[in-house]
Structure formats: structure tokens, C-alpha cells
Design a protein around this ligand. Structure first.
Ligand code: ADP
Ligand code: MG
Length: 758
């Protein structure tokens, strides 16, 4: 064990590893220290290949073992590099202070310099707080903290000068700051002459351990001293090798890497900060694109795919004799793209984007027919049992007409039934397998899997896709990933930058725009009246409640109360109501779903289990309860459950009276547009990419600085540049691309296998 650790360690420190790999690397280093004796440690540290940035953080002056531990635990800072890459999230502009007398309701976040006049603990229990008064030459302002009260009380000193930063609120016509950042004004070391002080992400523990803003700045200075010390002289005399070719930094007028690093931590003017940001953002996005495009290139070069050289009889028969409707132009275009991919001898990795209701299922089915026509099996993997079930029903109905066998595989299919299906799958008797993630279990073996389709992509983790990829030999199956959550262009370019993309940008004809309105409790009676009218017309209605895991019990209660009150408003026997929620057994859920599909019930009360993909064309009203608790894309998904038939459909967003600004914005967006791509853009702007990214598949992007909502232009340029370079020099063998290759090698040292998987 020690041996293998040793190998991993020496291997790791020998490269200029990328930011994205640091945690892993650092943990190894960390563990290493637990295991190794000091002599081996220093031997390792002297290794020539070892860049100074790989040095463990405890070797930085000012960081002892105790502080190192805190930095590791609190901020995942293990090495010099980790410290370097944690950029300030804000800068204290020491030239700009607000005067207290000038503060208004609209001031927002402000920075004030003043003398602390009073510090005392007030109140009891929950109202217990630390209250202080800060005075500048124009007036006084109250500062309040509800946490770390005792620590702050001990560490704040009256009559001393402080800089505070926080959001102004008003109480009885006086301004106050609650939980402001606060720092004593002192004659700090000004070697690097900042007029802007960097402020780093921090935690309460760090503060308690004396690692406040000031201490962090000190560490940064120490780090830059270290980088300066060992440097072969370059422009700013820092040992931070350039990773972009000179022609690129010149073409885009970018700062050199070393200069940018220095200036992002210690800018002396706003323009410097801007220039540093621009350079580092470009670098992040450019290497990400280069990496993704290289995967794609390599995959195309190395992975042979099954060749589906004909559309085959199944396709032709179905297309001429059984197609239930004329395909839209967009559906035809997409099928052509997929056909071309699958016939080309390459392994397809394609993302199919199409708004809810745009008709992806039939596209998937037609592709499966091509696979079958070429003698291959296919599978369709859905994120929930209900959805798998529904796909199974609609696809079996289609497949029956041309004599193909479809089967279902989910977690709840057990025993004999399961064994039988597994046998038929292995023998090739089953042509199309539909299922949940149960599909990827090892015991599910295909005779000859040629096409794997993944519906509603974002519910699947990368590992799951990796396992699917391995289900077929000698080539991996063609892979089609379908998503109904339109992805903003920037996100598609980054998350799926190595996939080909097809878009269904047209809805089947005859669809009416769904009318969306916002209602509150005052409108409840009218909403109920409206529901009755719609039911009288023979329509069906969804009523959806949020379900968020931490408050599951309360949510379930909300749902049951909602159900009870609906049962009073819509009494039996005239009305029938279905309930479906996550706590129910699959069979019960299915039973209720079926009742609704068969129109035996008029109202479906549900949690978000129905969010994805459920198709009941007769349902024309979607009522969302506690709308404020849903995110935009979730709301859009929910709304997509209606408007699937020819009837005018409605979406009613219910809320209480009080709404946050964000919730208001989401509701406004929903009422204003039905276009999924517009909604995705709004979502990206409201929530920030981190959140979206996490929801879709975490860990693919590792952006410290670049913001996919705001930096679309840089991303575009980064991608174009990466494409241009790989076009001219696919293997990065030209001398001017040496730095790129070196840097990428560093990045890829620790890359996981999923990288090769779409
Ligand atoms: P999604 O893209 O959300 O998966 P579906 O494939 O479930 O959408 O299709 C939504 C509905 O539209 C289904 O009832 C389907 O039969 C119908 N549909 C799909 N394509 C067409 C078309 N070209 N013309 C008419 N109806 C269509
Ligand atoms: Mg679908």
C-alpha cells in the first residue's frame, strides 16, 4: 500500500497538474505525510521535476501544521497551487468609502470607514446579538451580528478605526449593517502597494483560528515571495511558466500568466484587475475547450463504431405504413444527422436537444429501427420508473406493428420475470430494451447492443454513462443523449463540448401556446371554479407540490392536505382524484398513473415525480402549488406536461403573498415566454452556472473565474481559437504549441476514465 502511494505521489508531483486535479493530488500528498517519514518527505520535495506550486502548504512561511490543517479542512487548500488559485471574490477599494450621511434606501452594499464607538451584547435567546456603533465624520451607523457574538466581542475594540462592508438596511429611519465584514485599519505591509485589498472566501472557523482577511493577504504575499525567489527571471520575475503561445497572448492582448496571477491577487487599479481577469478567464475556457475538442478528435481517430450502412426494412416499413403523423421538418433534419453519424464508421456521440413536447420519442424510435435493420439491439434509459414505463407502453405499441420485440427492465422487475428477460436479451430475442438505470447493472447483457439512448440526460451521472458505454464489444454502442432541458449555448459548449449537437427547434403543428398566469390564495375560489369548467369540458388537471428532500415530511403533509381539500372541493362520485408521490411503491404509483392515463380520474395530485417526460395529451391544466419553491427549468418541465394535445392549455402558478425578488423574476419569466431556450438563458442568469452545472453533472467544469452567463463572448473566442489550433495542428506537435501540450499533459495526468465517455 505504501509502495503504491509512493508511486502515485512521485508521479503526481512531477507534473504541472491542472487546477482541476489538485484536490485529488493534494489528498495524496496529505495522506503521504501521514505515512511517510520526514526524510522521504524532503527527498520527494527535492525532486527536480517538482514545481514549486506543488509544495504542501505547511511549507509556506506563516503556516504551521495547525494552520495548514485548518486551511485544508476549511478551504481544501493543500498546496501552494491551491492557495494561488483561490482568487479574491472581492476587493476593498481603499480609495472609495461611503459617507454615512449619504446612505439611502437604495445604497445596497457599502464600504464605510469609521471609529468603533460602542460594542455590547444585547437581548436574550434568539434575539441575542452583538450591537456596535461606527462613527465617521458624517454620522453613525449600527452594526449587528447574530453569530460569533462572543468571539467578535472579544476581538473588536472601541476607539479603533475599522473598515466595514455590508448591505444597508433601515430600521426606524436609521441605517444599519447586519453581519458586515469588518477589519481594523492598520499599517499593513505595503510591499506590493495595493490600493485594492483582496478579500478571500473565508469561514467562521478560519476567523476563529486567527486566519482573518489580513492573515490571508499575508499568506498570499508570502506565496508571491516564494514564487519570486526561485525564479528564472521573466517579466515579473515570478516562477509561473506561461502556458499560452506568445502569438495568442499577442493576438488577444492578454497579460502574461505570471503578471495576471499577481494582479488578480494584488491589483493596484481597476484596469489591472480587469486585464488580469480577462487573461485568466480566457485561459480557463480555452484549456477546457482544447481538452474537450481533443477528446472528440481522439475518440474519432481511435474508436471505430458499428457501421449501420442501411436504414433497413423495419425503418422503411414503419415509415411508409405506420407513422402516426407527418414528421416535422426539425425531426426529419435530426434523423438525417443521426443516420449520417451511425453510417459513417465512427462511433456516434450526439446530444439531441428538444423542448418538452417537441417529439423526441419518435426520433428515438426511428433510430432504434435503423439499429434493428442492421441487426443490432438498442436500449433506452429513462431517469424514473414512470417514465420508463411510459416509454415502454408507447414504444411497444409502435414496435408491435412491425414485429419487433420490446421489453422493460427496472428495479422492481424481479425473480423469474427478470431472469427470463435477461435470457431473452442475451439471446437477441429482445430487440429493444427500455428501462431505468437498472439497465446498466452488470447482469444486464445484450447479444449485440448497437445503440444506447439516454433520455433526460441530466439525471444520470457520468459513471452510469461509462457503464453503458462498456456494454458492447468490440465497439461501444452509438450514443444518443436526449434532453428536454434546453441548455444555454455556453453550457452546451462546455458541458457537452465534445458531443455533436442536434436541435429540434420546432413543435408539432397545431399546438397552442400554453397560457400561464400567476395566482395567490385570494384567487383560490376562482381557480377551483376554473378547474370545474375544464373538467366539465372533459379535460384533466395536474396539481403539483414541491418536494425537496430536507423537508420531505412537511412537503408530504402539504401534499396530503392539498389532496384533502381538493377532495372536498371535488367530491366523489362526480370527481376522482389520483395521488402520486415519491414515497409510494412503484406499483402503486403506476396504478394511479394508469388511472389518470385511462381518464378514470380527472385530477392528478403529485409531487415532482411527474416532472420529467410524462405524456397525457388530454391533460390541459397544470397547477403548481408553492411555485416559489421551484426553479425555472423545473417549472418549464412541469408546464410541458400540458399543451400536448390540441386543446388550449393553461399553467397556473400559485404562490403566497410574500415573494423573494428571485421568485418574482422566475414567475415573470414563466408568464412571459414558452420558449425553453429563453428560459434556460434566464435560469443561467438567475442561478449562476455553478448551480446549473451541479444539477446537470458536477465536476466537469472547474471554473474559478469564468462565468458562463457573463463570459459568453470569451467562451466563444476560446472555442474558436481551440478549434483553429486543432485544425492546423491536431496533435499539438508544432514547437509553438509545446506549452499547450505540456499544460494539457499536466491537466490530464489524473483524468478519470469518464473523460472518454460522452
Ligand atoms: P418530448 O420531446 O417531450 O419527449 P414526445 O416525444 O413525448 O415529446 O412527444 C410529445 C407528443 O407529441 C406526443 O404525444 C407525440 O406523439 C406527439 N408528436 C411527436 N411528433 C409529432 C409530429 N410530428 N406531429 C404530431 N404529433 C407529434
Ligand atoms: Mg420525452
Amino acid at each position: 500500500m505504501i509502495r503504491s502511494n509512493f508511486i502515485v505521489f512521485s508521479y503526481t508531483i512531477g507534473d504541472r497538474a491542472s487546477v482541476s486535479n489538485q484536490t485529488t493530488i493534494s489528498i495524496l500528498i496529505h495522506n503521504r505525510y501521514i505515512i511517510l517519514s520526514p526524510s522521504i518527505r524532503s527527498f520527494l520535495l527535492q525532486s527536480n521535476n517538482n514545481h514549486i506550486l506543488d509544495t504542501p502548504i505547511e511549507f509556506l512561511p506563516g503556516v504551521g501544521p495547525a494552520r495548514a490543517l485548518t486551511l485544508k479542512n476549511e478551504l481544501q487548500i493543500f498546496t501552494f497551487r491551491d492557495l494561488l488559485y483561490q482568487y479574491p471574490f472581492r476587493y476593498i477599494d481603499k480609495t472609495q468609502f461611503h459617507r454615512i450621511v449619504d446612505l439611502t434606501e437604495e445604497s445596497g452594499a457599502v464600504q464605510i470607514k469609521g471609529v468603533l464607538r460602542r460594542v455590547e451584547i444585547l437581548g436574550e435567546g434568539k434575539a441575542k446579538r452583538l450591537s456596535a456603533t461606527l462613527r465617521d465624520e458624517s454620522g453613525v451607523i449600527e452594526l449587528v451580528w447574530f453569530q460569533s457574538i462572543h468571539w467578535l466581542e472579544k476581538n473588536l475594540f472601541v476607539q479603533k478605526e475599522y473598515v466595514v462592508y455590508g448591505k444597508v438596511s433601515w430600521f426606524n429611519n436609521s441605517p444599519n449593517l447586519s453581519h458586515p465584514e469588518i477589519e481594523m485599519v492598520s499599517a499593513e505591509n505595503t510591499a506590493l502597494a495595493p490600493t485594492f485589498d483582496p478579500v478571500y472566501p473565508s469561514t467562521e472557523r478560519l476567523h476563529q483560528k486567527g486566519m482573518d482577511a489580513k492573515a490571508r493577504r499575508k499568506l498570499m504575499r508570502a506565496l508571491f515571495e516564494k514564487l519570486r525567489g526561485a525564479a528564472p527571471v521573466d517579466e515579473s520575475a515570478l516562477n509561473l511558466p506561461e502556458n499560452l503561445p506568445d502569438y495568442l497572448t499577442e493576438r488577444f492582448r492578454l497579460l502574461k500568466r505570471a503578471e495576471a496571477m499577481l494582479k488578480i491577487h494584488f491589483p493596484t487599479a481597476p484596469e489591472e484587475l480587469e486585464a488580469a481577469r480577462k487573461r485568466l478567464k480566457f485561459e480557463e475556457l480555452f484549456f477546457l475547450q482544447l481538452k474537450l475538442l481533443r477528446y472528440k478528435l481522439r475518440r474519432n481517430e481511435q474508436t471505430r463504431g458499428f457501421v449501420f450502412d442501411q436504414v433497413g426494412d423495419y425503418f422503411n416499413d414503419f415509415y411508409t405504413n405506420h407513422l402516426p403523423f407527418a414528421l416535422t421538418g426539425a425531426q426529419k433534419k435530426v434523423i438525417k444527422e443521426i443516420r449520417r453519424d451511425m453510417g459513417a464508421g465512427k462511433q456516434m456521440n450526439r446530444l439531441l436537444q428538444g423542448d418538452v413536447g417537441s417529439g423526441k420519442t419518435i426520433v428515438a424510435f426511428l433510430c432504434m429501427l435503423i439499429a434493428a435493420g442492421n441487426g443490432f439491439q438498442s436500449c433506452l434509459m429513462a431517469p424514473t420508473e414512470i417514465l420508463a414505463q411510459q416509454h415502454f407502453i408507447s414504444i411497444s405499441a409502435l414496435a408491435e406493428q412491425i414485429g419487433l420485440t420490446v421489453s422493460l427492465m427496472t428495479g422492481s422487475i424481479k425473480g423469474k420475470k427478470r431472469e427470463e428477460r435477461l435470457l431473452n436479451l442475451a439471446s437477441g430475442a429482445i430487440h429493444i430494451l427500455i428501462g431505468t438505470h437498472a439497465l446498466i447493472e452488470d447482469e444486464v447483457r445484450f447479444q449485440r447492443l448497437g445503440l444506447a439512448i439516454i433520455d433526460e440526460q441530466h439525471r444520470f451521472g457520468v459513471e452510469q454513462r461509462a457503464r453503458l458505454w462498456k456494454k458492447s464489444t468490440p465497439s461501444p454502442p452509438h450514443i444518443l443523449v436526449m434532453t428536454a432541458t434546453p441548455i444555454p449555448r455556453t453550457l452546451a459548449m462546455t458541458l457537452y463540448g465534445d458531443l455533436e449537437v442536434s436541435v429540434i427547434d420546432e413543435l408539432p403543428p397545431g399546438r397552442k401556446e400554453i397560457i400561464t398566469t400567476h395566482r395567490n390564495e385570494n384567487h383560490r375560489l376562482r381557480v377551483i371554479g376554473f378547474m370545474r369548467e375544464e373538467i366539465a369540458k372533459g379535460r384533466q388537471i395536474y396539481v403539483v407540490y414541491p418536494l425537496i428532500e430536507e423537508s420531505e415530511k412537511i412537503d408530504l403533509m402539504n401534499l396530503m392536505e392539498g389532496y384533502d381539500s381538493l377532495s372536498r372541493d371535488f367530491p366523489k362520485p362526480d370527481y376522482q382524484i389520483s395521488v402520486v408521490h415519491g414515497k409510494m411503491k412503484a406499483a402503486d404509483k403506476d396504478f394511479e398513473m394508469q388511472r389518470f392515463i385511462k381518464k378514470e380520474t380527472q385530477i392528478m395530485v403529485a409531487t415532482t415525480v411527474i416532472e420529467v417526460g410524462v405524456n397525457v395529451p388530454n391533460a390541459s391544466v397544470m397547477i403548481v402549488e408553492n411555485t416559489n419553491r421551484f426553479g425555472l427549468s423545473q417549472l418549464h418541465q412541469l408546464r410541458g406536461r400540458v399543451g400536448r394535445g390540441a386543446d388550449q392549455s393553461f399553467c397556473i402558478l400559485m404562490t403566497g403573498f410574500k415573494l423573494s425578488a428571485d421568485a418574482r423574476e422566475r414567475i415573470k419569466t414563466m408568464c412571459a415566454t414558452n420558449n425553453g431556450f429563453d428560459i434556460a438563458e434566464a435560469d443561467l442568469k438567475l442561478r449562476g452556472p455553478g448551480d446549473l452545472e451541479g444539477r446537470m453533472q458536477s465536476g466537469v467544469l472547474n471554473l474559478h473565474l469564468a462565468d458562463l452567463a457573463k463570459d459568453q463572448r470569451i467562451l466563444q473566442v476560446a472555442r474558436e481559437t481551440a478549434l483553429e489550433i486543432l485544425d492546423a495542428d491536431p496533435h499539438l506537435q508544432l514547437p509553438e504549441h509545446r506549452r499547450l501540450l505540456d499544460y494539457l499533459m499536466g491537466m490530464s495526468q489524473n483524468e478519470k476514465t469518464w473523460a472518454r465517455i460522452s
